[in-house]
Design a binder for this molecule. Structure first.
Ligand code: ADP
Ligand code: MG
Length: 377
């Protein structure tokens, strides 16, 4: 069903995006080393990756990095340890990964308990420091893939959160890139600029310097695609929606498929109406305010900048004036500049030239703008 709220797993629930799927498939079959799947939150990155991998029937491991971050407020060795153990315990029971246990057994400090469907792996020796285990696990996956003439995919979803860690992931990725030809790493990222900052492929002192990243970027649905998506979604429930409400929803939700799904679900439960659009925003606020809180913890100035933009002070000098008035002290240009750059790297705001040629800043997600305007966090 198109309006299912979890990240999609099956192609029949996944609308369109066939070009992006093909590109991802191509990258994996060609054995590209690192693939980046980029785009703002709720645009369909996790769904694209899951649907594509499931449809290719390739063996893969999936780490939700943001989940680890949220649980522990940091990517701790401990948090990663549990995430790894959980994921490896899934694959040792799966038929597509047959005999992977034999390869894991050879890794020092990995215990294998039980057999058949009861099999469990334990990395207990690594509870305090998981870092030395990581290359060994990747080696095991690569050896397994080589012997079985397969390719293996390891996904780090919302990989920019790996920067909150003492573990040197850049060096791990460089090791995989240079040595393990049967492993493809897929990194998804909502905070596109921050993911690039983590990888640092253009900097000579970086472990990943000069490595090629195969990129796939997901963009908002067009107006036509959004309308088509909603109409098809409603048809699955035998609903023929009034087009004026659909047009308004599409206009207000601005091609972000996650919000279209939320709107669709509300309508299926309560009927298609303008109220459902408002309710979508109210429901969206709950998610967005959590994300904004995370941001404001880093600097209250992010809040002031976003407020300025949401209230219509969209040019550099207007934002600066708003901040100065709110803080009752001047802000240095270089500081304001770097805050604005970070917000762009996070995909929260974007720069745009008006018809008059003036550069303005815009908030990318209408629900984020709504949340800021109402002062909810
Ligand atoms: P992201 O990982 O970019 O934050 P998700 O993959 O979690 O986005 O998708 C956000 C929401 O939109 C989920 O409810 C998901 O089911 C839905 N979704 C995303 N892409 C599609 C699509 N192409 N067709 C149908 N639903 C989609
Ligand atoms: Mg996701």
């Amino acid at each position: 069903m198109l309006f299912d709220e979890n990240a999609k797993e099956k192609i029949e629930d996944f609308y369109n995006r066939r070009e992006e799927m093909e590109r991802l498939k191509k990258g994996i079959s060609e054995g590209r080393r690192i693939i980046l799947v980029l785009g703002i939150r709720r645009i369909g990155k996790s769904s694209l990756v899951k649907v594509t991998l499931n449809s290719m029937n390739v063996p893969y491991i999936y780490f939700d990095v943001r989940e680890v971050y949220i649980k522990y407020n940091y990517i701790t060795s401990y948090g990663l340890y549990y995430a790894l153990e959980e994921e490896f315990n899934k694959i040792v029971k799966s038929s597509i990964w047959s005999k992977i246990v034999d390869y894991l057994k050879r890794v020092r400090g990995v215990k294998v308990l039980g057999t058949g469907m009861e099999v469990e792996v334990e990395f207990s020796k690594y509870l305090k420091n998981i870092e030395p285990l990581l290359p060994q696990l990747f080696n095991a996956l690569n050896d397994w893939a080589k012997d079985n003439e397969k390719k293996v995919v390891v996904v780090f979803d919302e990989a920019q959160y790996l920067r909150y860690s003492k573990i040197n992931f850049r060096s791990l990725l460089a090791y995989v890139y240079d040595n393990l030809s049967c492993v493809t790493v897929v990194l998804t990222g909502s905070e596109v600029g921050l993911l690039h900052d983590l990888l640092r492929v253009n900097e000579p002192d970086s472990e990943l310097y000069g490595r090629y990243m195969y990129e796939i970027t997901l963009r908002k649905f067009s107006r036509e695609q959004s309308i088509d998506f909603l109409v098809k979604g409603f048809h699955e429930y035998n609903i023929t929606p009034p087009m004026d409400v659909i047009e308004e929803a599409v206009y207000k939700l601005d091609g972000i498929v996650g919000w279209l799904v939320t709107f669709g679900r509300i309508c299926v439960d309560k009927g298609v109406s303008r109220d459902a659009i408002e309710e979508t925003f109210v429901k969206g606020v709950k998610q967005v305010s959590r994300e904004l809180k995370e941001l404001y913890r880093r600097s209250i100035r992010y809040r002031l900048i976003l407020e300025a933009i949401a209230y219509g002070h969209k040019t550099w000098s207007n934002i600066k004036r708003y901040l100065t008035a709110r803080e009752l002290k001047p802000i240095h240009d270089s500081i304001l500049y770097s805050l604005l750059v970070t917000l762009q790297k996070m995909g929260i705001i974007e720069k745009e030239a008006t018809k008059e040629g003036e550069i303005i800043y815009k908030i990318v997600d209408p629900v984020v703008e709504y949340t800021i305007k109402r002062g909810i966090t």
